[in-house]
Design a protein around this ligand. Structure first.
Ligand SMILES: NC(=O)c1ccc[n+]([C@@H]2O[C@H](COP(=O)([O-])OP(=O)(O)OC[C@H]3O[C@@H](n4cnc5c(N)ncnc54)[C@H](OP(=O)(O)O)[C@@H]3O)[C@@H](O)[C@H]2O)c1
Length: 282
């Protein structure tokens, strides 16, 4: 798909991956509608984007609020959005019994219900466009359940299922559906404790620029199929799908170490504030 001249609604634009995506999409000629909760951050990003024919826009919205999603959809209809990128998300690295009920609800809302509802609201305008796409940013943990990530994995497994079914539902329309699953990536979503765990356990962490570059290439090359980014994570996802007991066995050997990072007292403190950006291993 040609990106020049396309209008892209990007959620989570102020975050690590979102910011890199905005810069690279604008470089490719797309006009951006940047969504987040902080006006100043969005405006600074907007000012740094490569100029295109029509001006880039910022839209402040708390996507957990249905009324704000509806207001966003009205504006997007007027602006004739071609591509929706559901990128906003939060992380949670916690043993389940240590997670608060509110934190679980908030995370499932943002990571799963928000992209589904936003897609539903935008489909009418996307279906009027000659070429359109819904792109959902999942996670390697949406293919491999990992201790400490039971709620996050639930949200990302759900997003993967939603994307697969929707792709098949829209197969006779001009709306493409892509589900991209980055592995651990260096952004604020990952706390110092998660970074320390990843380093201790030899888990690779990608640069957000790499994730953004890969996504932009895939759009340009019309590669819409679902994919986990990076080796060996893509291989692990395949093994887990074919022989989950094998993955159970290898993760069981690491369980005590993982628990040590998840149940660290600093991590518990952070959680009391609600859904925290406490990150992603893979
Ligand atoms: N980092 C990783 O290791 C990793 C790996 C695999 C997949 N992912 C996925 O990649 C996506 C982007 O993550 P990231 O690493 O870039 O995280 P990040 O840097 O923490 O950014 C998260 C973004 O979500 C936005 N957001 C949070 N709550 C929101 C709300 N209620 N309404 C509107 N926007 C909200 C934040 O915007 P404001 O706070 O400004 O509103 C921010 O722009 C997520 O879906 C994540 O699950 C990340």
């Amino acid at each position: 798909m040609q990106l020049a001249g396309k209008t892209v609604l990007l959620t989570g634009a102020s975050g690590g991956i979102g910011r890199c995506l905005a810069l690279q999409l604008a470089q490719a000629g797309a006009r951006l509608i940047l969504v987040g909760r902080g006006l100043k951050t969005l405006e600074a990003l907007c000012a740094s984007l490569a100029p295109v024919d029509q001006p880039h826009r910022t839209l402040v919205a708390d996507l957990r609020q249905q009324s704000e999603r509806e207001a966003l959809a009205v504006i997007c209809s007027d602006l004739q959005v071609d591509i929706l990128i559901n990128n906003a998300g939060a992380g949670e690295f916690n043993w389940l019994e240590d997670s608060s009920s509110e934190a679980i609800t908030d995370l499932l809302e943002l990571n799963l219900n928000v992209p589904i509802q936003l897609t539903r609201l935008l489909l009418p305008v996307l279906k009027t466009r000659p070429e359109a796409a819904v792109i959902n940013i999942g996670s390697a943990l949406g293919s491999i359940g990992y201790p400490g990530y039971s709620v996050y994995s639930a949200s990302k497994f759900g997003l993967r299922g939603f994307s697969e079914a929707l792709r098949r539902e829209l197969a006779d329309t001009a709306v493409q559906v892509m589900h991209l699953s980055p592995r651990a990536t260096r952004t604020a979503l990952n706390s110092n404790r998660v970074v320390a765990m990843n380093e201790a356990m030899g888990v690779a962490m990608d640069a957000p620029e790499y994730v953004a570059r890969t996504l932009v290439e895939r759009i340009r090359e019309d590669r819409w199929s679902a994919q986990v980014l990076g080796w060996p994570e893509r291989f692990y996802a395949w093994v887990n799908a074919c022989a989950p007991a094998m993955t159970d066995g290898s993760i069981r050997k690491q369980l005590a170490r993982i628990r040590g990072f998840a149940q660290n007292s600093d991590n518990r403190q952070g959680r009391k504030a609600g859904v925290s950006h406490t990150g992603e291993a893979s």
